[in-house]
Design a protein. Structure first.
Length: 462
């Protein structure tokens, strides 16, 4: 019998060889018939599969970097748009394929190594499973009732939503040490810094968006989530080097955030400051920042760049093409579209109050809560909100009990980030869009694992 280590080394080399041969074979057979970008996608898929199988958890770093820097690729299947309006193609990103490759690689590695890691249990998991089940039931009922006109589109959209939860469960199942958690948080912050550099390259050329994206609201939500993470660490970790890096990231991200011209993101940053004010011991510092921010907005608005100033002041401007009113107050077309979404959702839920119209069963709604209500009814909305209530409770326990100041700060920052994203969801599909949802659920998994990788300490608020 060969030594186990020798056998594993030989199998690793054999796997690499098989991956290389498979890539070469597919590229050789399909190369003349398909375009170069498709060949690149295939190569990335098999490369990621090999890395995940050989290096295990390290494959997740590829997912982290792909979250912001992966282009959109088309499936070529006419299955209806994500909004549920008309026909179109299911939109996939390179990151989706990387996720699939990481999952397959981990499954093969776990089978080979004989490991049977279970998902760490917490009170959030049952709420997620309940929401997933309700979403499926609502969609099936929508197909039977005829409101879901493109069942294949509904299937892929549900699959897309569940992909975020899969990432969360993957973290809970495979990360088992404190070092990995710290390194992944740093990886998220590095990607955040790179994304801000990309944001600066767009200043002066219109609204700032994420790489390979055209939706500034999404980028604004992502910036706020990562600002909360950096802010929490800066408030709790007393190491000068760490604080300098975090404060630099916070200051460096201000201009890209402003030039997203995303008013719901401006609202979310105020919500985030209020959350920090409630949970941190540094209330004087945070209060001073909040007062300063309000003073700058009220007194210094004329000093803001013209695009930012116009975006804020035009909120209450009536437009001829489309406008909604609340009492005597008129709103511009963009804000009116959000108000219209809420009114439409409330009108529609009268007819189907329990399970709604199914995923993709309604017209496009550019706000999280009316969309969930219209698609999955009051039962789905209740399950959706239960997820975040339980997540807030669990994360609060983590930052009260964590011993490592870096991880305690990350937990506090994520707690405030959850609240900020709930505010952001008032005017955006914050928990559906990949640029926000994937880093959010990856962070959720990492933060909830902290009690399992360190010894409990006396409770503290910072």
């Amino acid at each position: 019998m060969f030594d186990t280590a020798i056998e594993r080394k030989a199998l690793t080399r054999l796997t690499l060889a098989l991956v290389a041969v498979s890539c070469a074979g597919i590229l050789g057979i399909c190369g003349p018939a398909i375009k170069l970008p498709v060949l690149a996608v295939i190569a990335v898929f098999f490369l990621t599969l090999g890395v995940s199988f050989i290096r295990g958890t390290e494959g997740l770093y590829l997912v982290i970097f792909a979250m912001l820097f992966s282009p959109e690729i088309s499936s070529g299947a006419a299955t209806g748009r994500a909004s549920g309006e008309g026909g179109g193609e299911v939109a996939l990103r390179l990151e989706d394929l990387i996720m699939v490759a990481v999952v397959i690689g981990w499954m093969l590695r776990s089978a080979y190594m004989g490991r049977r890691f279970g998902i760490m249990q917490n009170s959030v998991n049952p709420a997620i499973w309940a929401y997933m089940g309700i979403s499926i039931v609502a969609t099936l009922l929508g197909v039977l009732a005829g409101s879901v006109r493109h069942p294949l589109a509904a299937f892929f959209n549900n699959l897309k939503y569940f992909e975020y939860f899969l990432l969360y469960f993957m973290i809970l199942a495979h990360v088992r040490d404190k070092t990995t958690i710290v390194h992944m948080i740093w990886a998220l912050l590095i990607v955040f810094g790179l994304a801000m550099v990309y944001g600066y390259t767009q200043l002066g050329g219109g609204r700032v968006c994420a790489p390979f994206d055209k939706e500034p609201n999404t980028f604004g939500g992502y910036i706020i989530l990562l600002m909360c993470l950096a802010g929490g660490i800066a408030l709790t970790d007393k190491r000068t080097r760490i604080r300098v890096i975090m404060v630099f990231l916070l200051v460096f991200s201000v201009l890209p955030l402003l030039f997203t011209l995303s008013r719901v993101s401006y609202l979310a940053i105020i919500v985030a400051l209020l959350a920090f004010l409630a949970v941190s011991h540094h209330r004087v510092l945070i209060g001073a920042v909040a007062v300063g921010l309000v003073s700058v907005i009220l007194l210094g608005l004329p000093l803001f760049p013209e695009p930012v100033r116009n975006r804020v002041t035009n909120t209450f401007r009536q437009e001829a093409e489309f406008h909604e009113k609340i009492g005597p107050v008129d709103f511009d077309a963009s804000t009116s579209a959000r108000i219209y979404s809420y009114r439409q959702a409330l009108r529609r839920c009268v007819n189907r109050p329990f399970f709604g119209y199914g995923v993709t069963g309604t017209g496009f709604m550019d706000a999280q809560y009316p969309r969930v209500l219209a698609e999955t009814g009051f039962i789905g909305l209740a399950a959706f909100l239960l997820i975040f209530w339980r997540l807030l409770v669990q994360v609060r326990r983590v930052f009260h009990g964590a011993g490592d100041p870096f991880l305690r700060g990350a937990a506090m920052g994520f707690f405030c980030g959850i609240i900020a994203m709930l505010g952001h969801g008032i005017g955006a599909n914050s928990f559906i869009i990949i640029r926000i949802a994937e880093p959010f659920w990856l962070l959720a998994g990492l933060i909830l694992l902290i009690p399992n990788v360190e010894e409990p300490v006396p409770a503290t608020t910072d």
